[in-house]
Design a protein around this ligand. Structure first.
Ligand code: DGL
Length: 293
């Protein structure tokens, strides 16, 4: 493994601003850690792109962070974790933590009814990464897939693994709603009611928020799904994994003036404006970088 030390920062990578929900948790749980954040704002969204493109973009962004000298990488983007985590782990010899496995693990621990819902971008849902991660932890059971609804109306998938059933649904409009600051208004309620109509009919007791932006819509999602459904925030679960990895590799830092540095691939203004709402902190040190070509 590349030589890393306690004093080096943690790197967080996302397609744009959404990974700040993960950074917020890292700052809360690990306040003494320096953090460098890289958001690919010129090429966001990743959620509608192919596996090949997301992997290429992700490797370029992570290459930049690794060159900056990070001791551990968090792939905060669910879509990048779904498509590119293996390639990132193969290419870079530092500890790498994605958001899917921690969310999957927590979902299995939480469900009593053995009925789990997963919502995310089109890419994340299409990749079946959460299903694969849950199945890997559940003993790689034979998979039976059933489709509900139509492409135009309430389309979701039911995946049976032995006695456990997973329901997956893409909710693409949640991303712009969260960025627009509309996470709590009546447009959000209407959108969420449409997206969650099918899942609400199913007897799920656990719902994974499988996208960086969805924690901002927790209130609306919870109102629609009801109090009996536990929402799993992958960001919180990921930070627990980060803590464990820092201890395992003896990399914990306790800086009294922790560094927060942001790099984006497009003009920083929009990132700063939307990002301060996501992070609930001022974004002070931000630079634009050239990636790809
Ligand atoms: N960060 C992405 C994710 O968590 C959402 C935004 C995008 O589509 O790039 O999947």
């Amino acid at each position: 493994m590349r030589t890393v030390s306690k004093k080096m920062p943690i790197g967080i990578f996302d397609s744009g601003v959404g990974g700040l929900t993960v950074m917020k948790e890292v700052m809360r749980e690990l306040p003494g850690e320096d953090i460098i954040y890289a958001g690919d704002t010129a090429r966001v969204p990743y959620g509608i792109r192919s596996a090949e493109t997301v992997t290429r973009y992700s490797l370029e962004m992570v290459d930049f962070l690794v060159q900056k000298g990070i001791k551990l990488l968090i792939v905060a983007c669910n879509t990048a974790s779904a498509f590119a985590l293996t390639a990132i782990k193969e290419r870079f010899d530092i500890p790498v933590i994605g958001v899917i496995e921690p969310g999957a693990k927590k979902a299995i621990e939480t469900t009593r009814a053995k009925k789990i819902g997963i919502i995310g971008t089109e890419g994340t849902v299409k990749s079946s990464s959460y299903v694969h991660a849950i199945n890997a932890l559940y003993g790689n059971k034979p998979v039976i897939i059933k489709e509900h609804g139509t492409i135009r109306f309430d389309r979701y998938f039911e995946v049976s693994l032995d006695d456990l059933t997973i329901f997956t649904k893409a909710c693409p409009l949640f991303v712009p709603l969260a960025e627009e600051g509309w996470a709590g208004n009546d447009v959000a309620v209407l959108t969420a009611s449409h997206y969650l109509e099918g899942l609400k009919r199913e007897p799920i007791d656990t719902l994974v928020l499988g996208c960086t932006h969805y924690p901002l819509l927790k209130g609306v999602i919870s109102k629609i799904m009801g109090d009996d459904v536990t929402l799993i925030d992958s960001a919180c679960e990921t930070v627990n994994e980060v803590k464990k990895a820092l201890i395992q590799y003896n990399l914990e830092n306790n800086s009294s003036k922790p560094l927060r540095m942001f790099y984006v691939t497009d003009a920083p203004e929009r990132f700063t404006k939307v990002g301060e709402r996501f992070l609930e902190e001022k974004i002070l040190t931000i630079s634009k970088i050239e990636i790809g070509g």
